[in-house]
Design a binder for this molecule. Structure first.
Ligand code: ZN
Length: 159
């Protein structure tokens, strides 16, 4: 495993649309391992592959209940709304937080690192994190959709 450099806004790679993963091989496993290590090293709760410069549809998340990897994630159902309960941040946009309206609950469909399909439900912070990371795969950043963006002290954690 290796800690990768996080791509920072306004690098144009963050605006690209990532490609579907079709090969579930050792390269993908290394990518996912590196993403998790990079996320933990930077005290993040989520990371998307384009944030380390790789335009593949893969995300990792850990909101306190262990590591979750989702390859080719998509939201297939959603309910409710959450707004100011968890200010949002991003490891690619250090120093800023935002109030972002997100679905309160989502059902995700994706694949594990070996290509096996699965579905999962997420609520509150994990649902927020999943929506934030999937946005990265489509070139969308939280500052694009926030109701309000404001500065924080630079050593707080991000997503
Ligand atoms: Zn982010």
């Amino acid at each position: 495993m290796a800690i990768r450099t996080i791509v920072k806004h306004p690098d144009p790679i963050l605006r690209e649309k990532s490609k579907e993963v079709t090969k579930f091989n050792a390269n993908l496993h290394k990518l996912l391992d590196d993403m998790a290590e990079t996320m933990y090293e930077n005290d993040g709760v989520g990371l998307a592959a384009p944030q380390i410069g790789i335009l593949k549809r893969a995300i990792v998340m850990d909101c306190g209940d262990g590591l979750i990897e989702v390859v080719n994630p998509e939201i297939v159902e959603y309910k409710g709304e959450q707004q100011n309960n968890y200010p949002e941040g991003c490891l690619s946009i250090p120093g800023l937080r935002g109030d972002v309206r997100r679905h309160k609950w989502v059902k995700l469909r994706g694949q594990d690192r070996n290509g096996n399909p699965f579905e999962m439900e997420a609520e509150d912070l994990l649902a927020r994190c999943a929506q934030h990371e999937i946005d990265h795969l489509n070139g969308v950043l939280f500052i694009d959709i926030a109701d309000r963006v404001y500065p924080i002290s630079k050593d707080e954690e991000g997503e």
